[in-house]
Design a protein around this ligand. Structure first.
Ligand SMILES: O=C(CO)COP(=O)(O)O
Ligand SMILES: O=C[C@H](O)COP(=O)(O)O
Ligand SMILES: [Zn+2]
Ligand SMILES: [Zn+2]
Length: 283
């Protein structure tokens, strides 16, 4: 069943665990994520970037996720990841997404507040929860590269002002993670996370979590992160499995024989993350 992201993340916030938010682009990735959640009896967030929507089609990706979610035994939220284009945000609301992120992190504080507030005022009456981003998460997202120099950590005082003014349901904060592959070992600012969580007392979102060690993930969860975004590790599982399969079986050309193992590999990554985040058995 598709449920609101608020329902899933308020429960995680109350009980102190995190729910995985995994990016999908097609049928097979959606199957992998939902089957993994069912096997772990975990609530799950399946998210689409604007690029994923462009790739698959908005009605098409909605039908895929809705069709799978309706048959699933666990609560599933369909979330828009990094909505920077208000037209896409509105289309997702109209189509049936149960959570949207409006990402106005490239704007100055007041402009980010103004637009996010308008999104919240549209989404809430429809029963849809809203995530926002404050500070700038590093790496590549939606074709925009945020260099280490431009990535800015979330200011705890601005976070209080931002949430009060916008009434968002969960907040993505920048504490040193970045999208994509890490070159060195990421240093997370756990003190900043602790301060922000204590003053906001609401669900907190961690982006760019692929490649973060289990130790750091568990520490982040213990300090109040409730939604953890994973994309790159799913892509790598697909790529490595497909690469080996083609090397080992150069004569295979039936796509089903190629997509079955890649889907299983993605599913194994999702199951491992769900266990690490502490959401298994919470459905
Ligand atoms: O934050 C993400 C999507 O919003 C995912 O980040 P990674 O690709 O680094 O896992
Ligand atoms: O945050 C970025 C996500 O990994 C989605 O990336 P994408 O825009 O290439 O689909
Ligand atoms: Zn962003
Ligand atoms: Zn992200």
């Amino acid at each position: 069943m598709l449920v609101s992201g608020k329902e899933i993340l308020d429960a995680a916030h109350q009980s102190g665990y995190a729910v995985g938010a995994f990016n999908t682009i097609n049928l097979e990735t959606s199957q992998a994520i939902i089957e993994a959640a069912e096997e772990e009896q975990a609530p799950v967030i399946i998210q689409t970037s604007q690029n994923a929507i462009k790739y698959a089609g908005i009605e098409e990706i909605y039908s895929i996720v809705k069709g799978l979610a309706d048959k699933a035994s666990v609560p599933i939220c369909l979330h828009l990841d990094h909505g920077t284009d208000l037209d896409v945000v509105m289309q997702c609301l109209r189509t049936g997404w149960t959570s949207v992120m409006y990402d106005g992190s490239k704007y100055e504080l007041q402009e980010n507040i103004d637009i996010t507030k308008r999104v919240v005022e549209t989404a809430h009456p429809m029963g849809v929860a809203v995530e926002a981003e404050l500070g700038k998460i590093g790496g590549v997202e939606d074709h925009i590269v945020v260099s280490d120099k431009d990535a800015t950590m979330t200011d705890p005082n601005e976070a209080i002002e931002f949430v009060k003014a916008t009434n968002v349901d969960y907040l993505a904060i920048a504490i040193g993670t970045a999208h994509g592959m890490y070159k060195g070992k990421p240093e997370l600012d756990f003190d900043r996370l602790n301060t922000i969580k204590k003053s906001l007392n609401m669900p907190i979102v961690l982006h760019g979590a692929s490649g973060i060690s289990e130790e750091d993930i568990k520490k982040a969860v213990s300090l109040g992160v409730n939604k953890i975004n994973i994309d790159t590790e799913l892509r790598l599982a697909f790529q490595k499995t497909m690469h080996k399969l083609i090397q080992d079986n150069p004569d295979v050309y039936d796509p089903r024989k190629m997509l079955k193992p890649t889907t299983l590999a993605i599913k194994e990554v999702v199951k491992g993350k769900i266990k690490m985040f502490g959401s298994c058995g919470k459905a």
